[in-house]
Design a protein around this ligand. Sequence first.
Ligand SMILES: O=P(O)(O)OC[C@H]1O[C@H](O)[C@H](O)[C@@H](O)[C@@H]1O
Length: 505
Amino acid sequence: MMFFIGNAFAEWLAAKTGRPISSLRVSVGRDPRLSSPLMAASLAAGLAAAGAGVARFGPCTTPAMFMSCILPGHENDGAVMITASHLPVNRNGAKFCTGEGGLEKKDITQLLTRAAELAEEAGQRPSDRHTDAAFVITAALQASRSLVSYVDFLPEYAAYLRELMKRSIAHPTNPDAPLTGFKIVVDPGNGGGAFIADQVLGPLGADVSGSINLEPDGSFPNHMPNPEDKQAVAATRAAVLDSNADLGIMLDTDVDRSGVVDRNGNGINRNRYIALMSAITLRENPGETIVTDSCTSNGLAAFIRGLGGKHFRYKKGYKNIINKGQELNAAGVPCPLMMETSGHGAMRENYFLDDGAYGALKIVIEMVRRRLEGQGDIADLLQELREPAEAMEIRVAIQASDVRAEGERVTAAFKQWVDAGCGGASHWKLEDENYEGWRVKVLEGDGKEGWLLLRPSLHDPDIVLNVESEQAGGMKAILQHLLEFFKEHPEFQVCTAKVEDYVYT
Ligand SMILES: O=P(O)(O)OC[C@H]1O[C@H](O)[C@H](O)[C@@H](O)[C@@H]1O
């Protein structure tokens, strides 16, 4: 199917740019996942068979693919990254972008519909892998080989990042090696991010010798490359403490997400990472608005307000928050940072690009700035952040055939129950703004505040329930009361069973 998606992307780009396919050039990169090279080859063959020029990159990262549409000397018309990110290998897919950013959902739908049509015209069934493989090999042999070139792009991208770091730090005495004297651990989790240690931080003077899991290995033998993953945090923490490092950086497979570990081994991911990025961003852009996803903590909202910023708690999905940030900026509401608890984050100053490397490098820059100005560690920036005492996410697989409709039914019933007074719990109050599912504040006394959010998952056939409490034992109390709602709805028996599991075991 990738072959026809390549065909369709060439057509789509020609329509978008108003130029003939023969004048287009598209870069194709991939992560180290075992199935990625083959998928990238099929996609490249499809682009070339349609007549587009193809720049094939080896293992690469998603933000780098975008930069291959921007950096002078490259300026490709489009780019495609083949990756499953941290998901299981059967979820491998293609991320498309142009120099304007990632494609929208409607563009992807159009692309896939066209790819299916092209497959059918060619007598191929998308589900028949063997026929497809034979077809792809034949078509690839027929496509002009002169259209495809192999490009070693990462070194150029790394050079761009190094220049950006030097400019931003503007070190008074050591401008070319401004990280001299810093020890930084990078843990790309055997994904695509090792170059951040070898080609960016190391050449700028940092001691990166404590870095771990640098070898790209799509079987991810050590832990999942995922900054939210407990094992990833534990591995980076151990490496930071072992090597007495100033900072640890955790990256996901295709480096569009990140998190850090401070020099005392404390993981800074999820709300803490957004808080840290907000502190840096609001110092540079006072009073502006930070957009986050719907699962961010009450403490984070208070923290952003405490820094004089505004908080817009929107939906899950990095593309959703980026689009919202762009929309707000266009409407005259300045918004420099859009970030998800997953570690996805985009900045206005960085092309609104979903970019884990940029976020982590911003923190390195801040660390150097603070040392130059005689301030403390970056972790000091989080002193005012109120943390939840307990937090959890429960995901319940939807059994119904129409997953979307069932998701809507559960959330609509929940809203009705909330409107009717939450089963008599006057300390449960619907949040003022809700953009997906329904989030309810739970006033826990002594100024403490928990919350719960019930929403359908963005991509999976799941109902997702997030709960946080600012007091020990508070989460169980919230779930126990929520059972009242589920018990009124025997049709949602699977949800009831799952919540009961948490409450009673
Ligand atoms: O709705 P969920 O199942 O929690 O998934 C939400 C997540 O979906 C994808 O992984 C997106 O890349 C993330 O930006 C988003 O946070």
